[in-house]
Design a protein around this ligand. Structure first.
Ligand SMILES: *Cc1c(COP(=O)(O)O)cnc(C)c1O
Length: 419
């Protein structure tokens, strides 16, 4: 702690070469689950085998009626939007600060993503959402950023008041909860990714949750044609006659991915409990450190700790630029401290500045031209976010403590970085 900063030639706090964090945990049991699936079936056309087992387990875990596995989180979002009957020209309010796939499927439906600024927590601001509602608004989407629950009760009240559909992108937040109620069950439907680093991983995959039978049938129509639609949609239902083709797209999960995810799901609560302990330890240690501010969760809210987003506060370190602070952390050997890139305010991405260039067939997109500066809160939050991994194993506590020490050291010696 008293040695000079590593960036200025001192001893780094951490000498252990990286990577310092990997996810998901791949156990002997995970490997066995995948190998056994190889011997059983590697292509499933209906709701049977490991696909049915995974969906039953997901529905049970989240406390919802239907879970539909998908090939990715992007496909799950696309299906949830299509199944909610979002039409061309409809306005859907989405967070300005999220991964872009929360919004991009809307473009493919001809709908207009209306971005809403975040509040200081990084989650979508309820007052900004209220400001964006117009007669063309049909739905509100909430992402639970970095696994910290958004204010879904307030968003649900707003949606009810204006007769709007509430949808969730839970891709960071498997198992996160508010007052004991897990995210993913607050709206008409929720979509989750099971991509590599997500709290629940299939390697690649995703799923849709809903309590609504009609949304369930249309989710199947969207990406699970033929056998599955025939067996799952009642023969008397008006959609049943379309079962052979559905909507003609195919977004099924790979059975090997489903087998892997099913094994991961069996351990999810144990992994989340481990993360919660280490997140608490890191937050407790960092709370009083100048230059960083830790997330504050309301009582009885539980995060999935997809990451620990620290807010850098330059004013507490004599205006030291975040880039320099980050550089100093990396030099101390804190290799996993990340300034997120592609998960950013969407107005900073060319696709949202000029969607008409890529969707020339959508005339209404000519009016969409978001610009840097449109979402001042989200942009400052993004600029100052330093994301740390949250480990889940007891044996990783020393590493978590070393990360804390590295941050304390740079904060303590920040004067040396001036000029
Ligand atoms: C990862 C992610 C997605 C997309 O999921 P994929 O499985 O990569 O298609 C969507 N939304 C958010 C918030 C994500 O983090």
């Amino acid at each position: 702690m008293n040695s000079p900063l590593a960036l200025l030639g001192g001893e780094p706090v951490i000498r252990q070469p990286g990577p310092h964090f990997s996810w998901p945990p791949i156990t002997e049991q995970s490997k066995k689950a995948v190998v056994e699936q190889l011997g059983e079936n590697i292509s499933i056309y209906d709701r049977s085998g490991v696909v049915a087992e995974l969906e039953d387990a997901l529905a049970d875990y989240f406390g919802v009626k239907h879970a539909v596995s998908m090939s990715s989180g992007t496909a799950a979002l696309h299906a949830a939007y299509a199944a909610s009957i979002i039409e061309p020209g409809d306005e859907v309010i989405v967070p300005a600060y999220t991964f872009f796939a929360t919004a991009t499927p809307l473009l493919h439906l001809g709908a207009i993503p209306v971005l809403a600024d975040s509040d200081e927590t990084g989650n979508i601001s309820v007052t900004e959402v209220a400001r964006k509602i117009t007669p063309n608004t049909v739905a509100i989407v909430a992402t639970h950023m970095w696994g910290i629950p958004a204010n879904v009760p307030a968003l649900r009240a707003l949606a009810n008041e204006h007769h709007l559909v509430l949808l969730e992108d839970g891709s960071h937040a498997h198992g996160a909860s508010l007052d004991g109620q897990k995210v993913g069950g607050f709206g008409r439907a929720a979509a989750f990714s099971m991509n590599g680093p997500k709290p629940l991983s299939a390697g690649e995959g995703g799923f849709v949750l809903t309590n609504d039978d009609e949304v369930y049938y249309r989710t199947l129509m969207f990406g699970h044609y033929n056998k599955r639609c025939r067996s799952e949609i009642p023969s008397g239902h008006e959609l049943h006659r379309f079962a052979v083709t559905g909507m003609g797209l195919k977004f099924r999960i790979h059975p090997l991915a489903a087998a892997f995810a099913l094994d991961q799901l069996a351990h999810l609560d144990e992994y989340l409990a481990g993360r919660a302990e280490i997140a608490k330890l890191m937050c407790d240690e960092l709370r009083e450190v100048p230059g960083v501010s830790v997330p504050q969760l309301p009582n009885k809210h539980q995060a999935s700790w997809y990451g620990l987003p620290l807010a850098y506060v330059p004013d507490e370190l004599d205006g030291l630029p975040v880039e320099r602070f980050h550089q100093a952390l990396l030099a101390e050997g804190l290799k996993e401290v990340d300034r997120p890139g592609s998960t950013c305010p969407l107005n900073q991405l060319p696709l949202f500045q000029c969607p008409a260039a890529l969707f020339p067939q959508q005339r209404e997109f000519a009016a969409i031209h978001y610009q840097p500066g449109d979402f001042p809160v989200a942009e400052v939050v993004h600029q100052h976010t330093l994301k740390l991994p949250v480990w889940h194993r007891e044996e990783d506590v020393p590493l978590a403590r070393a990360y804390v020490d590295g941050i304390k050291k740079v904060a303590l010696h920040h004067h040396d970085l001036k000029g």
